[in-house]
Design a protein around this ligand. Sequence first.
Ligand code: ME8
Length: 651
Amino acid sequence: MQQKTFITSPIYYVNDIPHIGHAYTTILCDMLKRFRILQGEDVLFLTGTDEHGQKIEQSAQKHNQTPQAYADSVSVKFKELWNEFQLDYDIFVRTTDSKHCQSVQKAFEIMCEKGDIYKGSYEGNYCISCESFFTQSQLGENLSCPDCGKPTQIVQEESYFFALSKYQDKLLEFYKQNPNMIAPAFRQNEVVKFISEGLNDLSITRTSFEWGIPLPENPKRNDSKKHIMYVWLDALLSYISPLGYMQDSAKMAYWENALHFVGKDILRFHAVYWIAFLMSLDLPLPKHIYAHGWWTKDGAKMSKSIGNVINPQEVAQAYGIESLRYFLMREMPFGQDGDFSQKALIERINAELGNDVGNLLNRLLGMSEKYFSLKVDSKDVKKFFATELNELENIIDRTQEKMQTMQPQRYIEELWAAFSLGNGVITKYEPWNLIKNAQQDKAMALLGLIANILAKASLLLYPIMPQSAEKIAYALSFTISPDSFATLIKQHALLDSLILQKIPPLFPRIDSPLMPESTQEHIESKPLDSKTQGNQTKSANIANLIDIKDFSKIDIRAGKVIECCAVEKSQKLLKLMVDINEPKPRQIISGIAQYYKPDELLNKQVCIIANLKPAKLMGLLSEGMILASKDENGLSLLCLDTPRENGSKIS
Ligand code: ME8
C-alpha cells in the first residue's frame, strides 16, 4: 500500500500580503512533497489563510471593509502567488470556510465532553499582533510582548479555558519517546524546557470583539452567543478540518503521517498547544514539526516600516522562480536565520547554477555531438569508471539522508558533489585526447558516465528546481517520475543507450542586479554605464593592444530596429527587436533610454555584437549589445555610412 503523507505550511494571516518568508515556508512544503512523491508516496499538501481574530478585524476597519470582504481580497493574493509559483498544493484552507467552522465547533464540544474545558475569567496581557496571552513573568520591558516587542493590552474578560496544565506530563513523555520529533534538535530542547517550567491553562474564547467562530449552541451553556473561539484554536484545527474531521472523514487517513513546517516564531503554538489539543481529541499526533529561521535583509528583520521587505514576486520576475527556489533552499541553513541579498543570489546563479550545472550539460551536449552525433551509451561505464560510479552512488545516498533529516541546504551541498564529479572527470580524462588517441570506447564510456551523473543528479534536483530538472531530463531523453527515481536512484541502474536532445543554455549569466536595490536603480548594461570607460577613450589611453585574432572573435553585425519600447519600471532600459537576417529578430535590452526615445530608433540600422553571451536584465533576456559611444555630451549610436543588408558582418 502506498504510504499516505500530509504536509502543511502555516496558514497565513490576511493582514499582510505575501512576503519572502511566507514564500520560503510554502516552497519548503512543495520541495518535500515533490521529494516524497518521487519516493512513491501519496502526498497531500495543505496551505491556506488565517482570517479570524482581532488583528484582522482591526486591519479591515482601517481599510473601511467588512472583515470578510477584506479577508477575501487578501486571501486570493496568497492563492494567486502560489499558483504563479506553480507550488503544488492540494488544499487551500480558509478559516472562514463553513466546513472548517463546523469542525472547530465539533472539536470544542469533544474537548468539553472530555472535561478539558471549563469556564473562568481571564485577566492578563494580550498581544494583538501575535494573538497571544502572556503572564507577568513572560512580558518584556514596559509590559511589551516577549515575541514581537509591541505593547500588550490588559484584557479582563470571562473566558472558557483549556486545561493545558493537565497535559504537562503527557507532553513531556511524548517528547521523551520521540526525541527527533522537532527539527532542528535544539528547538526540541527549547520546547521541553518551556513545558518543564510549568504550563498555565489556556484561555480559548474571547468576548470583547466579534470576528471569530461562535461557540456551538448548547443547552448546557447559556452564554455561547457571547463567546468566539480564540484564533489559535481555530487556526490549528484548520490542519484537520479540510481532511473531513468530524464530517465526512474522507481524507483523515493522511493525518496518520502529518508533517508541519512552521517558522520558529510559531513553534510553541504547534509543539505545545496543538499537541495537547490533539491529545484531548484522541487524534494521532504529527510525526514531525520542522521549525525554520527567519529571513533578514542586510542583517535586519524585515519590516514594512523600515521598507526592507522583499517581495517574492519581484524576485521571481527578475531572476525566475527556479533560481529563487534554489537560493532560498541553499542560502539558509535550515533552522537558522538567513540574509537575503541580490549579490549572493547572483553569485549563486552564475557559479553554482551556470558554471557547475549548466556548463556541464553544455559540455556533454557539445562533445557528444562532435564525437558521437549525440549518441550516448552506458554499456562500458562500469568497465572504465567503476570507482567514479561508486563515488556517485555514495553521493546519492548521502544526499537523500539530508532530506530525511530536513537539511535542504546540506542536501544541495551533497548534490553538488555530483556535479563536481561530472566536471572533474572531464578535466581528469580529457575526452578530446581519448578521441585523438583512438580510445573511442573509453570516450563514449566517459560521456556515458557524465550523462548518468546528470540524470541521477537531475532526479534529486527536481524537488529544489522542478522545471530545470525536467529540462535536463528532457536533454537526456528520460522523464522524471517515481519510476525513473526507483530505477536510477534506488536500484542504481544506468541509463539505456540514448540520443541527446539539444536544449538552450539553462542558466544564462547575470552580469548586474536585475532589481532596483531599495530606492536606487542599479540596472545598466556595463559598456554604456561606465563613466571611466568614457574618460579613458577621451584621453586615447589605448594600452591593451590585441591582435587581429582577438578582434575576429567579436561578431559585429548590421541590423535594423524593427520594434522598440521602454522597459517597465526602468528609467534606463529600452527593449529593441533587431533584424539581423536570422529566422527570428534578436531581443536586445540596452541602457539608452535617457538618450533615445523608442520612436527615434525605429527602422534605424545599428551595429550589434551578435555573439555576446545572452544575459538577463530586469528579467528580460538580452541577446546582444548595441554599439555606441558615450561622453559628457551624451550618447551616439554607431551607424553605417550607407545602409547594408541586415546581418552584414562588420570587420
Ligand atoms: O503566524 N522569515 O501567520 P503569519 C521566514 N496565522 N519566515 C517567515 C518570516 C520571515 N521573515 N516572516 C514570516 C501566523 N514567516 C499564523 C499561523 S498556523 C496554524 C497559523 C513565515 O502570517 C513563517 O513560517 O504571521 C511564520 O511562521 C509564518 O510566516 C507566519 O505567518
